[in-house]
Ligand binder design. Structure first.
Ligand SMILES: [Zn+2]
Length: 455
């Protein structure tokens, strides 16, 4: 069994992050509160220990706040792992004085893995910060990860792998876990269909926005076909295609519907009671795929709105399946997320998981991890039951004009695959968001298929 000695302050925080880190390494570990001022890892089967500094929590103690320790900038540290003396380069996020006698049988790693992981995953830097975009979102450019060039790396996961390699070498009688890569294919249903569900005004606007292309003609013809119940093809109706693709890869697709009871401009043009939507949800369930919620725009900071949406979702979905089959969760429309409010109201509404924690404008690792984890409430100082599923990549971040605007398909594929490869490299989860409405062109269909196939 592995034993981790913790300094005896910030106990709930330390126990949470020790569990997050060590549960990926071993099934058998315990935490032990001690008077030491560093982290010490031991084994019941081998002598010696591995010692790590406690820079972050020491600073928090000095400043009497978990929110104020300031991370370093532009500091890199190179350390060597035991397997083939592999080189690891990590950003040094916190530093400080370290005083401890290192014995002959002890090893010292000069990087505060637990403190850094806590700071990154509890999203301490986002808490109550006001510099936000027009949708009230914290943007990537504000983050320490972006400013220090590691947003494209799951550094917490890389540090865990490094720590594991040191433990395997030092305590070779212990049993260690291997983390297996998985991919989660999720789809926010903002626009289920192109040719239906429009108000007259939106229909005219849509036609005007396409006057210079053949699309307008297509829209008119298909709209008429739809009106007269004739068969037609809708470029946004890629639900069965997505399920086919997922089944080929041996995974399930997750479709998140907006549980809005009224059609409105910012949220959606459909309600869950619409005939087409109801049929679609039944089809998704009958094929064994997953239904979730795409919480409405205002719900990320408003518990009443959030709860209203959940009640409506439960009412409608409860009519088509046993609600015990549904794990309540999903993602916020526009990826809206306010660290000081959103996770707490999700927990208050008994939501089990959420996949919003990512950036719209660029893919990457907002919490420096691609593993799911239980959210830690920094104010109430406790682990919650809300599972955070960090969003790693949204297709629009790469191909949309609003964001990176990569038009060349090969270039887009290479960029996206690089992100996926980072998840593969640490045996984590590739949490992908791809809107059903971004698959109208064959080249985007090909891009999606290639991306989910590659490993
Ligand atoms: Zn959306």
């Amino acid at each position: 069994m592995l034993i981790v000695d913790l300094p005896n302050n910030w106990i709930p925080e330390r126990k949470w992050i020790a569990k997050v880190v060590l549960s990926r390494i071993s099934k058998n570990f315990i935490c032990n509160e001690t008077n030491c001022n560093y982290w010490k890892l031991k084994s019941t089967q081998n002598n010696g220990s591995i010692i790590l500094p406690d820079y972050f929590f020491m600073l928090a103690s000095k400043e009497r706040s978990i929110f104020t320790p300031r991370p370093l900038n532009d500091e890199l540290t190179t350390i060597y792992g035991n397997k083939n003396n592999k080189k690891y380069v990590f950003p040094k996020v916190f530093n400080g004085e370290f005083r401890c006698e290192i014995g002959d049988l002890d090893e010292f790693i000069d990087i505060d893995i637990f403190g850094t992981a806590f700071w990154c995953m509890a999203r301490v830097e986002e808490y109550k910060k006001s510099n936000r975009d027009i949708h009230d979102r914290w943007i990537s450019k504000n983050s320490h990860a972006f400013r220090n060039g590691y947003l494209d790396r799951p550094i917490v996961d890389e540090m865990v792998i490094y720590l594991k390699s040191r433990l395997e070498h030092k305590f070779d009688s212990e049993e260690y876990l291997v983390n297996k890569f998985t991919q989660r294919l999720t789809h926010d249903v903002d626009n289920p269909y192109l040719y239906s569900g429009y108000s007259k005004i939106n229909y005219i606007k849509l036609l005007l926005s396409h006057t210079n292309s053949g699309i307008a003609r297509k829209i008119i013809i298909n709209h008429l076909k739809k009106t007269f119940n004739l068969s037609y093809e809708d470029p946004f109706d890629k639900f069965d295609w997505l399920m086919d693709c997922a089944e080929k890869e041996g995974v399930k697709s997750e479709f998140y519907f907006i549980p809005s009871q009224k059609i409105n401009f910012i949220d959606c043009r459909y309600t869950l009671e619409d005939n087409d939507i109801n049929k679609l949800m039944k089809r998704i369930l009958s094929r064994g795929h997953i239904l979730g919620m795409h919480h409405s725009y205002g719900a990320s900071v408003d518990q009443i709105k959030l709860q209203d949406g959940i009640n409506y979702f439960k009412k409608i979905v409860g009519k088509i399946t046993d609600l015990d089959n549904i794990t309540l969760g999903g993602r916020f429309h526009y990826l809206r997320w306010n660290q000081s409010i959103t996770p707490n109201i999700l927990e208050n509404c008994s939501i089990k998981y959420d996949g919003s924690l990512g950036y719209a404008e660029v893919p990457g690792f907002r919490a420096s991890t691609c593993f799911d984890y239980n959210y830690f409430d920094i104010v109430k100082r406790r682990e919650t039951k809300l599972e955070i599923r960090p969003l790693v990549l949204m297709e629009a971040s790469v191909i949309s004009r609003r964001y990176m605007n990569i038009k060349c398909i090969n270039e887009a594929y290479n960029y996206m695959y690089k992100v996926k490869k980072s998840c593969i490299g640490v045996g984590g989860n590739f949490n992908l968001l791809w809107h059903n409405s971004s698959l109208a062109s064959p080249k985007h269909q090909e891009l999606y298929k290639s991306l989910i196939k590659s490993s």
